[in-house]
Design a binder for this molecule. Structure first.
Ligand code: AMP
Length: 150
């Protein structure tokens, strides 16, 4: 299967190589350092707002450990995955999301961005950045690997 294009590529919002952050696939780590996107962190994860959100609320819980993707995860990372889900649930239950907002929490089976990250996304799918069938399918089909419980 061919690698998916990054959202930056699709949106034409970055050049192939960003001036500040190296290859686009490393862009999540740059956004951790950007106060416009950074949400919170602890000893295991950083949480950021997705730069190209595919719904009204879209966050990424990013592992601090240098794990490139779910494919590199082993049994020794079980506690980390559980923690990532717990942090995702904390975001869902944040007071500012009160109301009838439903969330999905899960991983993309074929991620485009490096460093293991968990999507926490409201299920409205309302966003100007939702531009392609792939975007839609990546959150609404088996391509989206739900974390336990959501
Ligand atoms: P995926 O790798 O398919 O799991 O998804 C990567 C997610 O990262 C997408 O939802 C993008 O919108 C988002 N994204 C891409 N580049 C950045 C960036 N530089 N900062 C924050 N989020 C990003």
């Amino acid at each position: 299967m061919s690698k998916r294009k990054s959202d930056a590529t699709v949106s034409n919002e970055n050049t192939k190589k960003s001036k500040t952050s190296g290859h686009w696939s490393q862009g999540l780590l740059s956004s951790v350092d950007d106060p416009n996107y950074f949400v919170k962190s602890d000893d295991m994860v950083n949480v950021i707002k997705d730069k190209y959100p595919k719904a009204k609320y879209h966050y990424l819980v990013i592992a601090k450990e240098n794990i490139s993707s779910l494919k590199s995860v082993t049994i020794k990372h079980a506690a980390l995955l559980k923690h990532m889900e717990d942090v995702g649930l904390e975001i869902v239950n944040d007071k500012k999301h009160k109301g009838n907002i439903e969330f999905k929490i899960g991983y993309h089976a074929e991620p485009s961005m490096s460093r293991l990250h968990l999507h926490v996304i409201s299920d409205d799918m309302v966003s100007d950045f939702l531009k392609t069938k792939k975007h839609w399918n990546s959150f609404t089909s088996e391509f989206f690997l739900r974390s336990q419980g959501r």
